[in-house]
Design a protein around this ligand. Structure first.
Ligand code: M6R
Length: 615
């Protein structure tokens, strides 16, 4: 989604703005722009990449001590130069605005501002904000006051940065429902959508809270609370030392972030599980101080998530039911938030999200609470995210920054965390003997090594990828706990290779999708040596008998034979409860290598964004 960078310093900020935008490229965008003040505002915008904006900046000798910059992921209005941010308003007192989020009342505001004589030059909701601030500046000449008054009239989610031509000594930012943080540097002060954009200048970060408005100058910053359109009081927010390193967000020897992140999985999972590696038993405190008390009150689980995180939740349902004996519902957050579900105050609501900023997941959790759910837990990869602040308990997946739009290491670390949750709850409910717990901890300890072995199938997967690259459709089949893994495999393939891929529970095949099967339809099957293997083999026979071409990921000990039209790649022997985690790896590799074959943009697939901060 959109990315914001703002900077005010004692030297030219253009290089900081451009480097910041480059660091935010992974979020997904279709146009980019910046404005700097060198006495007058200079605005540059392009529908090209950030590199193109850099070239424009050089050609136009852009420089200034203050500036704001933006990558736009189109919501209102096509991707075009005139819709790209920053947006301007005002003649005598020109203001420039960049915005992330959606202004829901933009239509009525537009009519109102047009009737006041403002002329709109774009189709965006953002331009409303620029004109509204310019309108209020007519009566309140101070930019901070005008921003406070304006945001009180906005409905929806936003993070904004605003500057004014006549006051190049500061810029203003505000957040409500979209991420924004400040960077406190020695040579200046900064704002950005996430910390990775600012590591180039500082590690001192302040995570703004909902409703915060901040004024930044080269010497300092002040944060305020606004009530009813007026500055209420100055507030103090904690300065965090970011643990992010430049290496964590650099490609290193890899060609793509997705490739790097696939191969980082053994260490990402090891980091996530570090605290249990030396333990003989798992303590509820891993999920927060109040976890023991909360876990002892719950009688069911409700998981809310989107995309890949939803698939992780769907795997966890099988674990929670089978190992912990707990009823579990998994809901797509964007659906749940508009249903009328019946709340059970003894349910533990679990929000799963890599970014912790996914608008639908945040809203679904809020909705669940409003319905009467009392207990919540987040499983998230970003320590300072909105999700973590919204729940009673939390567990941090320590995957490190995930830059590729296609989620990989976030997924396997989510699964590892959900297995820890399962073991904890099973133990507390007397469903797990100490011996079984020790066996499971031992299996988790072995997981990084097992993942390393699973990665070794890459050369065989590459051969398959060449055949897939020519296909337009693919089916993915799995049964039981591996059905969500088939869903994840299909999602990975479609999102980065643009091949239409669907996943089915293999038993569903003959209820419809079998009609699609012909010699041109590759069918990927996840075939671990588990209790459902016999059933799955019958489903594969049904495909084979109709001329379908099968690509089977089996375990070394799965009794399933290669034959004409049945191609097999074998992982190590069946990994028991950990099997879904290991079977994810070849599917990620398959999507990656098909994408390479097709020459699509692996890390920034078309139309997609990394953190989906709008509805
Ligand atoms: O940050 P989140 O985990 O909440 O994101 C949810 C989805 O947007 C995300 O998993 C998406 O489906 C990925 N691009 C899939 O690879």
């Amino acid at each position: 989604m959109c990315g914001i960078v703002g900077a005010i310093a004692k030297q030219n900020v253009v290089p900081v703005l451009l480097e910041g935008l480059l660091r935010l490229e992974y979020r997904g965008y279709d146009s980019a722009g910046l404005v700097v003040s060198d006495g007058k505002l200079l605005r540059l915008r392009t529908t090209g990449r950030v590199a193109e904006l850099g070239k424009l900046s050089t050609d136009r000798h852009a420089k200034g001590l203050v500036g704001i910059a933006h990558t736009r992921w189109a919501t209102h209005g096509e991707p075009s130069k005139r819709n790209a941010h920053p947006h301007f308003s005002g003649e005598s007192s020109k203001v420039a605005v960049v915005h992330n989020g959606i202004i829901e009342n933009h239509e009525s505001m537009r009519l109102r501002l047009e009737s006041e004589g403002f002329v709109f030059l774009s189709d965006t909701d953002t331009e409303v904000i620029a004109h509204l601030i310019a309108f209020h500046l007519q009566n309140k000449p101070d930019l901070l006051d005008a921003v406070c008054t304006s945001i009180a009239e906005l409905q929806g989610a936003y993070a904004i940065a605003v500057m004014q031509e006549s006051h190049p000594d500061r810029f203003i930012v505000a957040r409500n429902g979209a991420p924004l943080l400040l960077g406190v540097g020695e040579e200046g002060n900064y704002a950005a959508s996430d910390a990775s954009a600012l590591l180039q200048v500082t590690k001192q970060m302040i995570y703004l809270e909902e409703g915060d408005v901040a004024e930044l100058s080269s010497d300092g910053y002040r944060i305020f609370n606004c009530t009813d359109g007026k500055i209420d009081k100055e507030v103090v927010r904690k300065v965090h030392q970011s643990a992010l390193t430049n290496e964590a967000i650099d490609l290193g020897p890899y060609a793509h972030f997705m490739q790097k992140e696939i191969f980082e999985q053994p260490s990402a999972v090891a980091n996530t599980l570090e605290m249990v590696f030396n333990a003989q038993s798992i303590s509820p405190n891993l999920f927060g101080d109040a976890a023991e008390s909360i876990f002892s009150q719950i009688d069911s689980i409700l998981i809310l998530a989107c995309g890949t995180s939803y698939h992780a939740g769907s795997v966890a349902r099988y674990w929670l039911e089978t190992v912990a004996g707990l009823p579990c519902n998994v809901e797509i957050a964007s659906e749940y938030r508009y249903r009328d579900p019946i709340a059970n105050p003894n349910t533990l609501v679990v929000g799963i999200s890599q970014s912790g900023e996914t608008a639908d997941t945040l809203a679904a959790l809020k909705y669940a609470k409003s319905l009467g759910h009392r207990h919540s837990l987040s499983i998230c990869n970003v320590a300072e995210s909105a999700l973590i602040r919204q729940t009673d308990l939390c567990f941090l997946t320590r995957a490190g920054p995930e830059i590729g739009v296609a989620s990989t290491k976030a997924f396997t670390t989510q699964l590892a965390s959900l297995l820890l949750l399962t073991i904890t709850l099973a133990k507390m409910r007397s469903k797990l003997s100490h011996d079984r717990e020790c066996e499971m901890i031992a299996a988790l300890r072995h997981l990084p090594v097992a993942l390393q072995l699973a990665l070794q199938v890459e050369p065989q997967v590459k051969v398959w990828a060449k055949r897939f690259a020519a296909k337009r459709h693919a089916l993915f089949l799995g049964r039981g706990v591996h059905y969500p893994i088939a869903m994840e495999g299909a999602l990975k393939l479609k999102e980065i290779s643009y091949i239409h891929a669907e996943a089915y529970a293999a038993g569903e095949l003959k209820h419809g999708p079998l009609a699609l099967v012909d010699s041109d339809m590759p069918i990927v099957a996840i075939a671990p040596n588990d209790v459902l293997l016999g059933k799955l083999k019958s489903n594969l026979q049904e495909v084979n008998a109709r001329g379908g071409e099968l690509y089977v990921f089996a375990d070394a000990d799965s009794q399933i034979q290669q034959s004409n039209n049945v191609h097999i790649i074998r992982l190590a022997e069946h990994a028991g409860v950990l099997s879904p985690i290991l079977h994810t790896i070849p599917l990620q590799l398959l999507a990656y290598h098909v994408s390479l074959q097709k020459g699509t943009d692996v890390d920034k697939p078309r139309n997609l964004a990394k953190a989906v901060t709008v509805e």
